[in-house]
Write a protein that binds this ligand. Structure first.
Ligand code: PMV
Length: 325
């Protein structure tokens, strides 16, 4: 039975979330050891079957709800390839990325399905990074409403990027850290929906355009400074910029008591800096640590009730980023 497998990583937004929806730049990095995987297999199935392996659920593609992101990922590939739904095929999807935790699980699942199905259908052109990114963006629009395009880009190219939304083409530049950077990812345990948080920021911007434009501009300046600090491997400067970005995000109304508390705990225990990552209101806090502070920050975050702690490394140019529990 011919089988095709593809996977895509989760991601963290290091700087510039939300403001990136309004044309300001942002910086994101893949989480290469936290992945979504899609397996496409031919066999004696009736029609095309979508299997969400983690949920133990399977259902035919035909008749899937219009807002089902799994079915939408399949649909965008079929439309781009000009092909009908294949019969006698099952697509199984698994993900190790927490859902609604700000780590890009939706984009990674879509990218994995798109790349696996495109390859399975022999549409190699659609399995190239730029096409996977463009098709994943179409699925993200269903989930988010007005996505900037940063999530689909970082999970499809799987490298740290400086990103700015622009027409007709986004600005995407690969970045390399000047020194190894270790992030701790602490789960608040609170799930939030990106779509809702993004819609709340839009309401704020519509009600107080000057105030929000000023906040977005300040985020843009932080991203410019962070890019230089990242490339220079200057961890104290990066940490301070993370703290500054966090306070702007709190002013936008997208932090939460849990995020604010974990950020304070991480800083007091010696982290260079800490901020929310992604949509906010819940999800994960990211803290930049060094070899001298890592153990103390870990212990403090755990004692403060962080649900799960992961560590992610951004490696200097030429090295693959590492990742561990
Ligand atoms: O919550 P996430 O991981 O999907 O990140 C969303 C990032 C935002 O800037 C809030 C939205 C966007 O489309 O860029």
């Amino acid at each position: 039975m011919p089988t095709t497998i593809a996977s895509a990583p989760g991601k963290v937004i290091l700087f510039g979330e939300h403001a990136v929806v309004y044309g300001r730049p942002a910086i994101a990095a893949p989480l290469s050891h936290l992945r979504a995987t899609a397996v496409v297999q031919d066999g004696p199935w009736d029609g095309l079957i979508l299997r969400a392996a983690d949920l133990g659920r399977e259902a035919p593609f035909e008749g899937a709800a219009a807002d089902d992101p799994f079915a939408r990922a399949v649909q965008v590939v079929l439309a781009a390839a000009g092909r009908p739904a294949p019969a006698g095929v099952v697509i199984s999807l698994r993900s190790a990325i927490p859902i609604a935790g700000g780590l890009g699980s939706g984009a990674a699942m879509a990218a994995a399905v798109i790349r696996a199905l495109a390859n399975h259908l022999g549409a190699a052109r659609l399995a190239a990074d730029d096409q996977v990114s463009a098709l994943t963006y179409q699925v993200e629009r269903l989930l988010h409403g007005t996505p900037s395009g940063i999530d689909n880009t970082v999970v499809s190219y799987e490298r740290p990027i400086y990103f700015a939304h622009a027409e007709p083409h986004n600005r995407v530049e690969p970045l390399a850290a000047g020194a190894p950077l270790r992030l701790l990812l602490a789960d608040t345990g609170v799930r939030s929906l990106t779509r809702e948080v993004v819609a709340d920021v839009r309401r704020g911007w519509l009600a107080q355009p000057e105030r929000f434009e000023a906040l977005f501009d300040a985020c843009g300046r932080i991203v410019a400074a962070a890019r230089s600090a990242l490339e220079a491997g200057d961890r104290p400067a990066l940490g301070q910029l993370m703290n500054d970005n966090q306070s702007l995000l709190a002013d936008m109304g997208v932090s939460s008591p849990e995020l604010a508390r974990l950020a304070e705990v991480a800083r007091s225990a010696g982290a260079f800096g800490a901020k929310l990552s992604g949509a906010g209101r819940g999800g994960h806090l990211i803290a930049l640590v060094g070899p001298a502070s890592e153990a103390a920050v870990r212990a403090a975050l755990q004692a403060a009730g962080a649900r799960a702690l992961l560590a992610s490394d951004m490696a200097p140019a030429g090295e693959r980023p590492g990742f561990r529990d």
